[in-house]
Design a binder for this molecule. Structure first.
Ligand code: SF4
Length: 384
C-alpha cells in the first residue's frame, strides 16, 4: 500500500499545480490485495489512509473472493471514515512551529533510538515489536510457546512507556529532555484522532524517542464494535502511520480477544511491509479474462507455500494485465491460455503453457530451484 498511497498523493499534488479547476473526483482502489483478512487489511491501509488525508470520492475494494464480499468491506471503510473524521484542531502556536517529520511522497522510516525491553531490541532499524496488556498475556500464558509467529513480545505495563499528550508543550519538553531512550505513546482518552495525534507526537519528538502506536485512543468504545469494523479501523490507523515511516512498536486495544488481537497486530505489520513473518500473496480480483478458478487455485497455492517466510507469490488470472500488476513478487503463477499456466521469476516468464493440474507442483519446483523452498515445519500449534 505504500506505493499506492504515495502515488495518489503525488497525483493530487500535480493536479493542484495546474490550478483550482483541476479538481477532478478521485477513485481509490487497492488492486491485487488478495483475499481473507490480509486482503481486507491491505485495502483498509491503502484506501483508509487516503480517505484520512481527505483524498478520494469513490472507492472499490478488490478481493480475490466473490464480488459480493467486497461491498461490506467497502461500506465499513467509508463508515469508519465518517465516524472518525472529526476535526483535530490544534493551538496556532503548535501548527505554526511544528514541521511534519514525514515525507508524503516517499517512504523513509523515522529515525529513533534503540532500547531493549524484555531482552528485545526496539527502535532504530530494529523489527517492529508487538505489545499486549498484562491481562491478555495472562490469558494466553498457557499456550504462548505454541503460538509460533503470533507470540506477544512485551507486556505494555512492564515497558515503562511514557504517555505524552502531543498538544502539551510541557509534556513534549519533558519527553525530549530525557537522556535515556524511552518508549513514548499518546495517552488514551484525549480528544484527537489516532493518525493526527501520532503524527504530531512524532513530529515534536526531537529527541528521537521510539514510538508505540495504538489502533485506538478510546479503547472502551471498541467493545461494542463488530470484528470487521475493529479490524479495518486498526489497519487504517496503524498501517497509515507505518506507511508514513512512523512507529517502532504496536499495541492493539480495540480487539478484546487476546489471540485475535495478536493475529491482527502481526498481519498489519506484514501488510504494511514492516515485519515479514509469513508468505506474502498478491492476487488479482479476477474478471472476464480470468483463465482459471482464482479462489481455489490461490487457496491451493497458499496451502502448499504458506510456510515460506518472506517469499512473495503473485497469482494472476491472465497474461494481459497480470505480469504488469505483480508488483515486486518473487514468483508468479499466471493464466497463459485456457487450461495452461505460465510461471514467472520476478517479471520474467520462465515456464510456459504448463498444464493447469501440474502447475502448483511446478511452482514449488521453481521455488526450490531458486533456493527459496524449505520443508514445512512439523509442530504443534495453538488455535488463535
Ligand atoms: S484476469 Fe487479468 S485483467 Fe482480469 S483482473 Fe486478473 S490480471 Fe487483471
Amino acid at each position: 500500500p505504500k506505493v499506492m498511497i504515495e502515488a495518489y498523493r503525488l497525483l493530487i499534488a500535480r493536479l493542484e499545480e495546474h490550478g483550482p479547476d483541476w479538481n477532478y473526483p478521485i477513485h481509490l482502489g487497492v488492486t491485487e490485495a488478495g483475499d481473507g483478512e490480509d486482503g481486507r487489511i491491505k485495502s483498509a491501509i491503502g484506501i483508509g489512509s487516503l480517505l484520512n488525508d481527505g483524498i478520494g470520492d469513490t472507492i472499490r475494494v478488490s478481493l480475490t473472493e466473490d464480488p459480493v464480499h467486497e461491498v461490506p468491506v467497502a461500506r465499513a471503510i467509508v463508515r469508519n471514515q465518517d465516524r472518525d473524521s472529526g476535526p483535530s484542531s490544534l493551538p496556532d502556536d503548535i501548527t505554526a512551529t511544528t514541521k511534519p517529520c514525514w515525507d508524503p511522497f516517499s517512504y523513509r522510516r523515522r529515525l529513533s533510538n534503540v532500547l531493549e525491553i524484555n531482552g528485545l531490541d526496539l527502535g532504530g532499524d530494529k523489527e517492529f515489536r508487538v505489545l499486549t496488556t498484562q491481562t491478555k498475556w495472562d490469558a494466553l500464558a498457557h499456550k504462548i510457546e505454541k503460538m509460533g509467529d503470533f507470540k506477544p513480545e512485551i507486556i505494555v505495563e512492564e515497558s515503562k512507556v511514557m504517555e505524552v499528550d502531543p498538544r502539551s508543550n510541557a509534556a513534549v519538553e519533558r519527553a525530549n529532555a530525557l537522556d535515556v531512550p524511552t518508549l513514548v505513546t499518546v495517552p488514551d482518552g484525549i480528544n484527537m484522532e489516532v493518525v493526527p495525534a501520532f503524527r504530531l507526537l512524532a513530529s515534536r519528538m526531537t529527541s528521537a524517542q521510539p514510538i508505540l502506536l495504538k489502533d485506538t485512543l478510546q479503547p472502551d468504545e471498541g467493545a461494542s464494535r463488530d470484528f470487521l469494523t475493529t479490524l479495518l479501523t486498526a489497519s487504517r490507523n496503524i498501517g497509515s502511520l507505518i506507511c508514513d515511516g512512523i512507529g517502532d512498536a504496536i499495541l492493539i486495544q480495540g480487539e478484546k480477544a487476546p489471540g485475535q488481537s495478536l493475529r491482527i497486530s502481526y498481519n498489519i505489520l506484514q501488510a504494511a511491509g514492516a515485519r515479514i513473518f509469513k508468505t506474502d500473496y498478491v492476487a488479482c480480483p479476477s474478471c472476464g479474462r480470468t483463465l482459471f478458478n482464482l479462489q481455489t487455485t490461490t487457496q491451493k497455492i497458499r496451502e502448499a507455500t504458506g510456510h515460506l517466510k518472506g517469499v512473495r507469490i503473485a497469482v494472476m488470472g491472465c497474461i494481459v494485465n497480470g505480469p504488469g500488476e505483480m508488483a515486486d513478487a518473487d514468483f508468479g503463477y499466471v493464466g497463459g491460455a485456457p487450461g495452461k499456466i505460465n510461471l514467472y521469476v520476478g517479471r520474467e516468464a520462465v515456464k510456459l503453457n504448463i498444464p493447469e493440474d501440474e502447475a502448483v507442483g511446478r511452482l514449488i519446483d521453481l521455488i526450490s530451484e531458486h533456493g527459496k523452498w524449505v520443508e514445512p515445519p512439523v509442530r504443534e500449534t495453538a488455535e488463535i
